[in-house]
Design a protein around this ligand. Sequence first.
Ligand SMILES: [Zn+2]
Length: 90
Amino acid sequence: MIKTSHVFIDDLDKLKFNKVCLITGKEFTEKDCKSKNVIMLECNHAFCYKAFMLSYNELNKDIMSYRKCPYCMTDIFKVPYKFIKKTYRD
Ligand SMILES: [Zn+2]
């Protein structure tokens, strides 16, 4: 099996480990899913995208925590940048 990198959660049922952001403590909602505000890393930990990016940027300042999950410190593959202003609606 090919190991996949982060995914944006578009359905709350796809959350594997936590249903509450591990940084902000906020419960994920359908609305968060629709606006792609929920990111799940390859270690299955999910975060609010904004909170994750803040913490990710902080962690990347230190080589010891560079590219790691802010919760379990597992190595993560790549930077999940997205265009912040772009929103998709159907
Ligand atoms: Zn993790």
